[in-house]
Every structure is written in C-alpha cells, then in structure tokens.
Design a protein around this ligand. Structure first.
Ligand code: ACO
Length: 411
C-alpha cells in the first residue's frame, strides 16, 4: 500500500527496493564458507570436501570439527576435540528433574526443544557471545550434550532410568548405549549387543545430516542469533523449525505414511493419490527444494539402507513395502517428469527403524546431527564484525487506513 510514495530506504546501504520472495526461493540471506550445494548436479561439499569422501572416511565428530573450524583436524586436534565433547556430554543433575515434569508420553522433540532452550539457565558462566572462547565452549557443550538430552527424552518416554554418558565410547556408541543399555553401565550385554556395523551406519547418517546450508532450521538459528540471543536459545529455535513434516519431521512422516499405505498392494493407489492435485496427499520422503535431479546423500544412504536391511535380516513387511514404493515411484512418469526422487529422509527413516530407534525419535536423531551445522553457522555469523539483525520485509495486503468505530456502531 502506497509503496510508490514511501521511501523504504532504512539504511544508507539499502538499494531502496525489495523483492517479494515467499519461501526465500531466490534470496541469499548471508555469505557462508561452510557448505556448498549444486542442486542441479547433485553436489554437496562441506568446507570444499565432497560429502561422498567424508561419508566414507570420517567419524561424525571429525566432520563437526571441520564444519566449525573450516579444516579437518589432525590426530591430536581430533583426540582433544573428542575428549572435550565427551567431557561435556554429562548434563547437570537438576536438568534431569525437568524430565520428570514432562507428561509420560510427551513427544521427544517437545522435550528436546524445552530442555535445550533451558541450557542457558544452567550454563551461564560462558555466555558472553562477544568472546570467541565462550562461543566455542557453548558450541562444544551443545554437540556434547545433545545425545544425552535426546536419549534422556526417549528413556523418559518409556519410563526407564537415565543412563549416564561414558567417556570411553565413541559419539555414536555412547548415544546407542544411553538409548538401549539395560543398566547404567553396560554397553554390550547379551540382549543389547550393538553391532559395530550399525554404529557405522549411524555415524554415516549423522555425517549426511550434519549440515545443509540455509535450510529452514539453520536459517532460523541464524535469524535468532542475529538478535544476539544466546546460542542455546538459538539452537532450541532451530530444533522447533526442524520439527515440521516438510523438514526434519519428514523421516517420521515416511514411516507414518508407510503404515497408512499398509501393504505393497496399495502402493499404486497411493501413488495415484500423490499425483492427484485435488488430493493434498504427498509421498513423504520424495522431492527436495534444492536437489532437482538427485540428492547425493540419498545415493550414499540408499546402499547402506539396503545393506542394513540385509544385515539385520528384518522381515518386517514395512521394509518390503518401502522397497516396493521406492521402485514404483522411481519408474513413474509423473515422478520422473517432476524430478521427484527419494530424498535422504526416505532412507534414513527406514534405517532408523532397522536400528530399533522408535519412530518418534527420528527427528531427534536429525537434530543431534544437525547441531554440528547449526553451531557452525552460529559461530560463523558471530565472527562477522557487525552481523545485521535479520529482518525481512513483507507485502502488506490488509485493509487500507480506516477509522476506529465504537462497539455499538460496528456492523
Ligand atoms: N509427492 C507428490 N508430489 C509432489 C511431492 C511429493 N512428495 N513433492 C512435490 N510434488 C509436486 C507438487 O505437487 C508440485 O506439483 P505441480 O508443479 O504440478 O504443482 C511439484 O511437485 C513441485 O512441488 P513444490 O512443493 O513446489 O516443490 P518444493 O521444491 O517447494 O518442495 C518439498 C519441496 C517441500 C520437499 C516437497 O517435495 C515435499 O513436500 N516433499 C515431501 C516432504 C519431504 O520429504 N520433505 C523432506 C525434505 S528433505 C529434508 O528436509 C532433509
């Protein structure tokens, strides 16, 4: 309204015009050196390294270090970083009481949002965000504590006692131990032997989910961070944004959808529903905002998914159904023409299910991995000399100016 007569220039560096770009499809909100995506050609680089090479050779914490610091760690740096992450995995005893306050069947993501948001109330000694040492401590704390909080959310939801983190286990082993151990100590016992191959699969999933430039949750972290909010609040905001089914909730939505489809015989019917524009149903785990030919992470994970299913020898009809859906959608003209391929979440949901991770923990798993990217972006932004507050504009389409009427005169 009246934009032609109003000077919208707010700062000397303003161009004096703005674009209407809902969903920010064509807007770069920042400059970043962290992750490069070429959606047309299916290329994903972390700090210049192809995701395929990192996925093959690295452990997750090595990739987290790379994202945060810009270079891969040497042996000593990695050992020190792993020690710091392990040391910071323990959570304040009082934080455990938080969990008692949550309803017994609360969704683990709701607990994760709440508990991570509360971390600043427990760890306010290094909260000067202008101090780079403080910032690094906060980042390591978040990476270290996230699996502990995630596993505690799960244990609360099933009424089991919490398991303390252990410093002698790797990041992924430690998480699986805190999730599934029957006692507070055991890692390998008869009932809960954790196959190193499955630990490797989890490590791979964490690496593939570690960062993806300006996705909705990372942009949320940056937007919150641009106000000077503390990093725990910023990451909690990112977790909230990740929760939606169009973003990190997609892997959970895949399993819900598979349950809805029910059996392989129903796949054609549901594919037809997904193609029907009058029907809001979409195939969860298919399509991507940026990758319009293929998702390189899906290519890597697809093989692992098939291997994990073979290795765990799970004879769950859900897995047969998933494979039938994958095959039929990949050969369907509509999906080919619209370039709708299975994305990383289609396969990650199936792998998590094979690893016995409960479905409502899937997005939590994503959040653990993405914390590496979130803190890397927050650190990068905070290193800028004067990061501007994120403040998009809008196209106002409401009523023109009008005068107030007393209640009795309103129609
Ligand atoms: N099933 C059926 N049709 C689809 C699907 C799908 N999963 N995804 C897109 N389409 C169709 C749309 O109906 C639309 O058709 P039209 O051109 O005839 O109108 C066309 O493909 C383009 O769809 P958009 O929504 O405009 O594509 P956009 O790039 O904005 O959306 C998104 C990407 C949100 C991921 C979408 O593909 C989707 O909803 N997928 C299912 C949810 C999902 O798997 N999300 C995970 C994303 S990956 C991640 O977060 C790690």
């Amino acid at each position: 309204m009246g934009a032609d007569s109003v000077d919208i220039r707010a700062l000397p560096r303003d161009l004096g015009c703005f674009t209407y770009d809902p969903g920010f499809i064509a807007t770069s909100s920042c400059k970043s050196k962290i992750t490069y995506i070429d959606g047309e050609n299916g290329i994903l680089l972390y700090r210049g390294y192809p995701i395929e090479q990192l996925a093959e050779h690295c452990e997750f914490t090595e990739v987290a270090y790379l994202l945060m610091n810009g270079e891969l760690p040497n042996q000593t740096e990695l050992r020190d970083f792993n020690e710091e992450i392990s040391d910071r995995a323990i959570i304040h005893e009082s934080l455990r009481k938080f969990f008692d306050g949550f309803h017994y069947d609360a969704h683990p993501m709701s607990m994760l949002v709440g508990v991570v948001g509360s971390l600043s109330a427990f760890y306010h000694s290094e909260l000067n965000i202008k101090d780079s040492t403080h910032r690094k401590v906060c980042a390591a704390r978040l990476i270290g504590k996230m699996p502990t909080i995630a596993a505690a959310s799960y244990r609360h939801s099933v009424g089991r006692p919490f398991v303390y983190p252990r410093i002698d286990l790797s990041y992924c082993e430690n998480f699986l131990n805190m999730m599934f151990s029957r006692s507070s100590q055991n890692y390998i016992d008869q009932d809960h032997y954790i196959d190193p191959y499955l630990v490797k699969a989890l490590n791979l999933l964490f690496i593939l989910h570690a960062d993806h430039e300006q996705n909705a949750s990372t942009s949320t972290v940056r937007l919150a961070g641009s106000t000077g909010a503390n990093p725990y609040a910023c990451i909690a905001a990112g977790i909230a944004a990740l929760w939606g089914p169009a973003h990190g909730g997609a892997n959970e939505a895949v399993l819900t959808m598979l349950a809805q489809i029910g059996s392989a015989d129903n796949v054609p019917k549901f594919i037809a529903k997904a193609k029907d524009h009058d029907d809001p149903f979409r195939l969860m785990g298919f399509g991507h905002r940026v990758y319009k030919n293929f998702d390189p992470r899906a290519t890597i994970i697809r093989k692992t998914c098939h291997d994990v299913l073979a290795r765990t020898q799970k004879s769950d009809p859900l897995f047969d159904l998933a494979l039938a859906l994958e095959e039929q959608a990949l050969n369907d003209d509509y999906f080919i023409e619209k370039k709708l391929y299975p994305n990383v979440d289609f396969y990650s949901g199936i792998i998590y299910k094979a690893l016995n991770i409960p479905v409502d923990m899937f997005t939590v798993m994503f959040a653990i991995a993405r914390t590496a990217g979130w803190v890397a972006h927050w650190l990068e932004m905070m290193e800028e000399p004067a990061p501007p507050i994120g403040r998009p504009r809008q196209l106002y389409i409401g009523p023109a100016r009008r005068d107030f009427l007393p209640k009795g005169q309103r129609s």
